[in-house]
Ligand binder design. Structure first.
Ligand SMILES: *Cc1c(COP(=O)(O)O)cnc(C)c1O
Length: 240
C-alpha cells in the first residue's frame, strides 16, 4: 500500500469510529509515528501533509528532525509551514537538552526529576512545554508511567514548574489480539482526566488524551482520545 492509501484507509476507519461515538473528526489529531521508517520516508510523510510527527528516541530522531528543519527552511512545504514534533518515548533526563525546544510536545512525563529538567531547559529558552503525563493504567510491569492512584499527587507536585504545561494524559494499552479488550484502559485514562478536572488539581482544565495506536485506535477514539499515535498502520514499517 502507498502512503496515500494508508492515509485514506485510516481516515475512513476514523470517520466510522467518530460516527459510532458521536464525535467530530476535527477534535482528533493524528501523530504520524515515524520511528520505523527512514529519513526519506519521514520527509514523504511531512510532504503528504501530516503535520504532527512522533518519535520515541532522540538518537533515531535527530537526522529526521534536521532534515525536516531544512525542508521547512527551504520553503518546500509552502504555506503548510513545518512539522510539529512529538516526543512519545520514555525520556532520559540527559536527553532533555536535545529534546526541549525541538519537540513541541512531550508525551512521557512520568517523574518529578524529569519535570524539573524540562522546566529548567524551557526556562532557559523562554518557552512553555506542553506535556502529557504518562499513566500506567493497565498496571503492566513493562509499562512506564505513574500509577493511577499516584496521579493526583504527582500532578500537584508539578504545579511549581511554571514552564511545564499539563496538556493531558497519555497511556499505552497492552497489545491485544482483540482490540475491544483495550477499552477499559482507555476508559480508565479518560476517567482519571475527568477526576483531575473535577478536583480542579490544575489551574486550567486538562483536555488532552494521548491514546490509541495502530492496533487499537478505533476503540481509543470511542473512549475520547484526541491524540492518536499511529505508526505501522499509517506510516508503515521498513526493515533495517
Ligand atoms: C511506536 C509507538 C507508537 C506507534 O506504534 P504502532 O503500533 O506502530 O502504531 C505509539 N506510541 C508509542 C509510545 C510508541 O512507542
Amino acid at each position: 500500500m502507498t502512503l496515500e492509501h494508508r492515509i485514506a484507509d485510516v481516515e475512513e476507519r476514523l470517520k466510522l469510529a467518530c460516527e459510532r461515538s458521536g464525535r467530530s473528526r476535527d477534535d482528533i489529531n493524528i501523530i504520524a509515528v515515524t520511528k520505523y521508517v527512514s529519513v526519506a520516508s519521514t520527509m514523504d510523510v511531512i510532504r503528504a501533509g501530516l503535520v504532527h510527527v512522533g518519535e520515541n528516541r532522540w538518537q533515531n530522531a535527530q537526522d529526521k528532525w534536521h532534515a525536516a528543519h531544512s525542508l521547512s527552511e527551504s520553503g518546500v512545504l509552502g504555506e503548510a509551514g513545518q512539522a510539529i514534533w512529538h516526543f512519545i518515548g520514555s525520556l532520559q533526563t540527559n536527553k532533555v537538552k536535545e529534546v526541549v525546544g525541538r519537540f513541541s510536545y512531550i508525551h512521557s512525563l512520568d517523574r518529578e526529576s524529569l519535570a524539573a529538567a524540562i522546566d529548567k531547559k524551557a526556562e532557559e529558552l523562554g518557552i512553555i512545554v506542553p506535556c502529557f503525563l504518562q499513566v500506567n493504567v493497565s498496571g503492566e510491569d513493562s509499562k512506564h508511567g505513574v500509577a493511577p492512584e499516584e496521579l493526583v499527587a504527582f500532578t500537584k507536585e508539578l504545579s511549581r514548574f511554571t514552564h511545564v504545561k499539563i496538556e493531558g494524559l497519555m497511556t499505552m494499552a497492552p497489545y491485544e489480539m482483540e482490540p475491544e479488550q483495550t477499552r477499559p484502559v482507555f476508559r480508565g485514562l479518560r476517567q482519571l482526566r475527568d477526576e483531575l478536572n473535577q478536583q480542579a488539581v490544575t489551574n486550567e482544565p486538562v483536555t488532552g488524551l494521548s491514546m490509541g495506536m495502530s492496533n487499537d485506535f478505533e476503540v481509543a477514539v470511542e473512549e475520547g482520545a484526541n491524540w492518536l499515535r499511529l505508526g505501522t498502520i499509517l506510516v508503515g514499517k521498513e526493515e533495517e
